[in-house]
Design a protein around this ligand. Sequence first.
Ligand SMILES: *[C@@H]1O[C@H](CO)[C@@H](O)[C@H](O)[C@H]1NC(C)=O
Ligand SMILES: *[C@@H]1O[C@H](CO)[C@@H](O)[C@H](O)[C@H]1NC(C)=O
Ligand SMILES: *[C@@H]1O[C@H](CO)[C@@H](O)[C@H](O)[C@H]1NC(C)=O
Ligand SMILES: *[C@@H]1O[C@H](CO)[C@@H](O)[C@H](O)[C@H]1NC(C)=O
Ligand SMILES: *[C@@H]1O[C@H](CO)[C@@H](O)[C@H](O)[C@H]1NC(C)=O
Ligand SMILES: *[C@@H]1O[C@H](CO)[C@@H](O)[C@H](O)[C@H]1NC(C)=O
Ligand SMILES: *[C@@H]1O[C@H](CO)[C@@H](O)[C@H](O)[C@H]1NC(C)=O
Length: 878
Amino acid sequence: MHTNIKIILLLISLFSFSTTIYGAESKNSNSLLLACGSGNGGKDSDGRAWETDKKYLVNGEKSVQTKAEIQDPSLSSEVPYMTARIFTSETMYQLPVQNATARTLLRLYFYPSSYPNFNISNSYFSVVVGGVILVNNFSAFLTSEALSQAYFIKEYFLAPSEFSTLNVTFKPSDKQPQSFAFVNGIEVLSAPELFSTEPEIVGTGEVSEDLTWDAATTTVSLDGISIENLYRLNVGGQYISPSNDSGGLMRSWYDDTPYLFGASIGVAEKADVPVGYKGLPSYTAPLGVYSTFRFIGPDADINKNVNMTWRFQVDPNFMYLVRLHWCDAEMTKTNERVFDVYINNQTAADTVDLFAWQHSIASPTTRDYAIRVTDNNGDAEIWVALHPNVKDRPLYYDVLLNGLEIFKLSDEKSNLAGPNPKISDMMRKYQDKQAAAPRAFAHKSSTTTSALVTGAAGGAAAFGVAAAIFLVAYKKKQRVLGDTTSWLPMSWNSSNSSGTKSSVSGKSQGSTTISSDAACNCRYFTLAEIKNGTKNFSDSNVIGVGGFGKVYKGVIDGDTPVAIKRSNPSSEQGVNEFQTEIEMLSRLRHRHLVSLIGFCEDNREMILVYDYMGNGTLREHLYEGNKITLSWKQRLEICIGAARGLHYLHTGAKYTIIHRDVKTTNILVDDKWVAKVSDFGLSKTGPNMNKGHVSTVVKGSFGYLDPEYFRRQQLTEKSDVYSFGVVLFEVLCARPALNPSLPKEQVSLADWALRCARNKTLEDIVDPGLKGKITPECLKKFTETAEKCLSDHGVDRPSMGDVLWNLEFALQLQENPDSNVTTLGSDSSSSMDYQNAEQIDQNNLIAMHRNTLNLGNDNDANDSSDDSFSQIVNPKGR
Ligand SMILES: *[C@@H]1O[C@H](CO)[C@@H](O)[C@H](O)[C@H]1NC(C)=O
Ligand SMILES: *[C@@H]1O[C@H](CO)[C@@H](O)[C@H](O)[C@H]1NC(C)=O
Ligand SMILES: *[C@@H]1O[C@H](CO)[C@@H](O)[C@H](O)[C@H]1NC(C)=O
Ligand SMILES: *[C@@H]1O[C@H](CO)[C@@H](O)[C@H](O)[C@H]1NC(C)=O
Ligand SMILES: *[C@@H]1O[C@H](CO)[C@@H](O)[C@H](O)[C@H]1NC(C)=O
Ligand SMILES: *[C@@H]1O[C@H](CO)[C@@H](O)[C@H](O)[C@H]1NC(C)=O
Ligand SMILES: *[C@@H]1O[C@H](CO)[C@@H](O)[C@H](O)[C@H]1NC(C)=O
């Protein structure tokens, strides 16, 4: 009875939920949504109905309807990503357009995953629409690797043609063997007049001193030009999901922070007066964009000397349209806030005075600028910089920006296609590994966001929610797909041993596999053993709760304490993480990595059993709860241990492994205060991470995220170094990485610490409990190291090995401030030349350094030197 009521309530709430969304959606009923390759369509997580693509195919006989073999946990919904249509020869869709005189908004959805009988890395193709080349020699696989996203969307605003149909042609590249084209979803709608004004071309001609810019600017005509959106940012604000977009256009607006460049990142603020459209068409942007903004700061003297700059990667040799959205909700007179806009170091607008333009407060407006971007040593970028105008002596020396969009314009050959992104070396290594390993484990991206969007903007937000997934790395000999002797299929509902297809949530992912290697390194537990050890999952045993489910304290073998992580039974998306964690941890053995003892997959449960860490997380000893406060030496030792674990991941394994979620809650401490790095992908990728949660999650983990990763979308181990830098400051200052209750400039620990470092006031933010307990030499070394980790550019950051070395050094300086180590150490530290670290080492200054860097090699993975691991028992039944 009780359950029935619950179910009814659930149904009611589901029903009203979907009707709300659906109701909102149906306002814009002219969009056509095709779930390509799907038999009967379906609804996505926004409740939008997608139909099958079949009837729009003109010559589709040779195309293949297929389903992805793996459901990446980051997918927001199965529709449209889990089905695909694959084209082995040129194939055309003929799609109706509602309004032939308007631009057509076309979105292409790609999920370059594993499809039966096709090797996704062979897929190179072109897409042409009405003579406009959208992509050419396009590899969705390389694109997703570069973005580090499992899926992405490309968005176009096609120039109107007089026809009421759109011919969309997919053509596999004939230059690549076994090539094929594919698409997962297509969305078509008639766009409102978003491009009715001609953008001014920036930097045309030489302008002499006495000419005004107006006289010199020329504009570019957008007639007949097709447009692709690359970036769309809500400056100074949060992620805005498609269902919260205005005009029913279903755009995503991302946080701008990742694109900010340089030291002055300004202050993000929310308007405290009501903001309305005041005549601006509402489809231009949602009001959320106009009600948040970014400015430099309160100090005119500082502001005068800075540019607030955003930086974006683009394809060379195209013209771009940069749209700036403004709404000044503060100034009430002219000449109060006046500033200049530079795009690629050229003046785009000078003396922008929004009050003078709009004649009223809080009136939104936009301006479009066009800029041609050429190849600059392989780097094509757009820089947008704002600088206070000093010449007009306004009341305030400050700038303002609310929103920013970047669009690419088709060239004179009606082409929008650029080259495939280059993949960093790290990624290449990863690809090699992927080629060698069954895709089921090669699961690259851990984006949990639902709303993935165009190009890079998507990448950033997606990463914000990213779970901590290791890029899978295999230490053992590479295996080849189909080598059935080394892989044992194992279905999740294995209690049913009939060998029927796995029915995990009815999804088509088939059975999952755990490699026999992993299985052999791990102990297999029955559900009964686990239940027994946790008093049947008693709540009194719960020691933690993550997105994945709960963590229990338990015992096995009578008295061995363990931590038991149990997937929420309704968590269907955890399967891949579960596998990843088993695969990773069963191969990686290190004193400073948390140890996996075994797993249980009875009765569809996904349970992992780890060594019990008697002292919990590092964070709870810093500022959470009322546990014992750690001494400075203990803190240093924990940092050193964690650094060693990370250094091992980066260099000790055959392939570089990037943790991607380094933070104080993922550094655990055992009862002997040995630090262990944990969490390799489980707790973060929860089930229902739907759109509503994205922005908060982005904020929540943002304090640790490498800004360069957002900008370049290239993941390297230096991203972990950045996060570790935040951890170091957290340890020193005993405050969270992000604390929204503090004054604006102090919210982000990374920013605040760097600012204090610049102002030489770091000592003021040190944990009061440590005052007078750190030797000045040690403090200097420690803070210099942490600061260096937070360098804006990855190349300027030390390697984890250098960090480790420097922390060891700091410990020496703490214990023995007068040693000769100090003298030489401070010499070297004054230059902070990490390259010299090796040299100093060679001078044998610190013998222990040898031990420190005695990393695990490949053998470590197998020879467990860890006590807990010698206990690994035979994997039952395998
Ligand atoms: C079609 O698009 C044009 C140009 O955007 C617009 O002026 C017109 O109102 C639209 N017609 C309809 C029926 O929506
Ligand atoms: C689309 O293709 C069909 C068949 O090739 C052709 O008849 C038609 O004119 C094309 N329409 C457009 C708008 O190009
Ligand atoms: C702008 O100028 C800076 C400093 O001179 C330079 O490093 C940068 O590459 C320039 N940016 C562009 C896009 O040209
Ligand atoms: C701001 O950028 C412009 C254009 O690149 C440059 O001329 C100017 O020197 C910069 N100002 C500062 C303070 O960096
Ligand atoms: C297609 O793209 C791949 C990957 O970027 C590149 O190596 C290849 O040269 C390109 N082929 C052509 C014909 O442009
Ligand atoms: C897929 O193709 C790539 C490149 O052609 C190749 O290296 C890889 O081995 C292939 N993978 C499989 C599973 O056949
Ligand atoms: C849309 O915005 C409202 C109000 O700002 C917010 O409560 C809601 O969570 C948002 N919806 C989504 C799907 O982001």
